[in-house]
Ligand binder design. Structure first.
Ligand SMILES: [Zn+2]
Length: 132
């Protein structure tokens, strides 16, 4: 159900995501300037024209932790922005229920509701234990 209040909240999250997107692009530009490779110069020259997927693909071989971290976050932000366009934003990836508002306020790219997030974290932790 889309209420007036709901769409106002959605707009706010969209704005949050859009400004984080801009910040991440600025971070990426800084990191690219510092590594000075041929790829980084090319990407930097076309930064505004490249999509998130193209950036990830082009920079896949750059072994710069700063860039990898920024790209990972950029992907999450980009995916959430897509969801706002498709009307899928704010629903849990596992159980499809609405994600709690405070979870989204803490992280606007949250993909799971509280209950599913707990399960997910638990599974991840156990998998790590098995790997060790
Ligand atoms: Zn869920």
């Amino acid at each position: 159900m889309v209420t007036k209040q709901h769409s106002a909240q959605l707009e706010r999250f969209k704005k949050t995501l859009e400004s984080e997107h801009q910040l991440l692009i600025a971070d990426l530009a800084m990191a690219l300037t510092s590594i000075e490779t041929e790829t980084s110069r090319n990407v930097l020259a076309n930064l505004k024209a490249l999509s998130c997927d193209e950036l990830v693909e082009l920079l896949a071989d750059e072994e710069c932790p700063e860039i990898n971290r920024t790209l990972k976050r950029l992907r999450a932000v980009d995916a959430s922005l897509c969801q706002t366009e498709l009307g899928l934003y704010g629903f849990c990836a596992d159980c499809e229920k609405a994600i709690e508002l405070d979870m989204l306020q803490r992280d606007a790219t949250q993909q799971r509701c509280y209950a599913c997030d707990q399960i997910h974290r638990h599974v991840k932790k156990n998998n790590k234990r098995i790997l060790l």
